[in-house]
Design a protein around this ligand. Structure first.
Ligand SMILES: CC(C)(COP(=O)(O)OP(=O)(O)OC[C@H]1O[C@@H](n2cnc3c(N)ncnc32)[C@H](O)[C@@H]1OP(=O)(O)O)[C@@H](O)C(=O)NCCC(=O)NCCS
Length: 187
């Protein structure tokens, strides 16, 4: 098993019309719009509490977690205008089996334009090539049809259902559909 080598500081990844960039406090006002979206809050396991200093705290925590190698989160921005379009992240990196999970959300106004699948595909390539991941898993509540479309379009075929595995922010658990992508260099 090769060791995973996440870079110690957040990186920037060019992805054509999208740019994946380190989180920065200047993105705070736009991120607040994303957090307030009821659709996002429905599916996130722990949606952030909207309150004072939320953005500064949230962004600082994202940077800390990158440096700890726990959560490699990047802002998805329009490469031309710099507008915040969403977030994409690799979490739960495991040196044991070379796996990680991928997660994503987009700004309400940016949906339906293929932002999430394009960003997921770009972060996946980077995760395989630069970090050395072997397998990346993607899970969504069965009821979250748009998220399932993202998985399929980004190259994550469906593997099965993990019953009662995804905590709901309102209590209880969703049944989760599990998708995964395997590093082509390992097959
Ligand atoms: C799921 C999500 C990330 C999709 O992002 P996106 O950039 O809109 O992705 P796409 O443009 O590829 O659209 C995916 C699907 O969303 C649906 N969709 C299309 N336009 C939409 C719109 N304006 N609003 C909402 N959903 C739309 C369609 O079913 C589309 O599939 P299709 O391309 O086969 O028609 C986004 O809807 C979101 O942030 N949802 C809330 C948070 C969330 O669910 N995160 C994932 C948790 S697992």
């Amino acid at each position: 098993m090769r060791p995973l080598t996440p870079p110690p500081e957040p990186v920037e990844i060019a992805a054509g019309w999208l740019q994946l960039r380190p989180w920065h406090p200047a993105l705070g006002d736009e991120a607040l719009v994303m957090f307030g979206d009821p659709e996002l809050r429905r599916w996130w396991v722990t949606p952030p509490e909207i309150g004072e200093n939320l953005i500064e705290t949230w962004i600082e925590r994202r940077l800390e977690r990158w440096r700890a190698g726990e959560n490699l989160s990047l802002a998805i921005q329009d490469a031309t205008t710099g507008a915040l379009l969403g977030e994409v992240q690799l979490t739960d990196l495991s040196q044991w089996d070379g796996s990680a999970w991928i997660g994503y959300s987009t700004m309400p106004a940016a949906r339906g334009r293929g932002v999430a699948p394009h960003a997921v595909a770009a972060l996946t390539r980077w995760g395989f090539d630069a970090v050395g991941l072997h397998r990346i898993q993607l899970g969504h509540a069965i009821e979250n049809a748009p998220s399932c479309r993202v998985a399929i379009k980004a190259g994550y075929p469906l593997e099965g259902i993990m019953r009662s595995s995804l905590p709901k922010s309102t209590g209880g658990w969703w049944d989760m559909e599990l998708h995964a992508a395997i590093n082509p260099a390992d097959s």
